[in-house]
Design a protein around this ligand. Structure first.
Ligand code: C2G
Length: 138
């Protein structure tokens, strides 16, 4: 049984998120996903996610390729999570290339290419362009 672990916020789930989770799952037999809690995202990206931690976890755990989810409370705790969930492979998008190489002593570390042209920030900007007046719900 080869366990793969990956991490992310997965706010406003989009095709880039789904693709990296499917590609991660294909590297092993079991995919465990650490979903960054809203406070972590606030400190990481300077903005709170649109969806709550609970809703993001429910959405990720509903995906066919995902076997287990947990709350990622700290970026620095990856080593503990790798050991707790018995991960053989840590997968991250290549926007994190090199950042988690220290965990190569615990498991294989793989950086997969991001899907080009989509991101949660771009979605938020695009939606704001469609409806620049947040008071208007028509
Ligand atoms: N991703 C992707 N293609 C995109 C956008 C995102 O492949 N167009 C990948 C990212 O590289 C990441 C995952 O989807 O591996 C989740 O992305 P985010 O929700 O932006 O999360 P991130 O900030 O990368 O969180 O502990 C590390 C962090 O929690 C990772």
């Amino acid at each position: 049984m080869k366990t793969v672990i990956t991490f992310g916020t997965y706010d406003l789930l989009h095709i880039g998120h789904v693709r990296i989770l499917q590609r991660s799952a294909a590297l092993g037999d079991r995919l465990v996903v650490g979903v960054s809690c809203s406070d972590l995202n606030l400190s990481k990206k300077g903005r709170a996610p649109v969806y709550t931690t609970e809703d993001r976890m429910a959405i990720i755990s509903a995906l066919e390729c995902v076997d287990e989810v947990f709350v990622e409370k700290s970026l620095e705790a990856k080593g503990e999570y790798i050991q707790k969930y018995g991960a053989d492979v840590l997968v991250m998008g290549d926007d994190w290339e090199g950042r988690f190489d220290e965990f190569k002593s615990l498991c294989e570390v793989v950086y997969l290419p991001r899907t080009v042209g989509i991101s949660t920030s771009k979605l938020i900007a695009d939606i704001s362009d469609i409806n620049p007046d947040p008071e208007s719900h028509s």
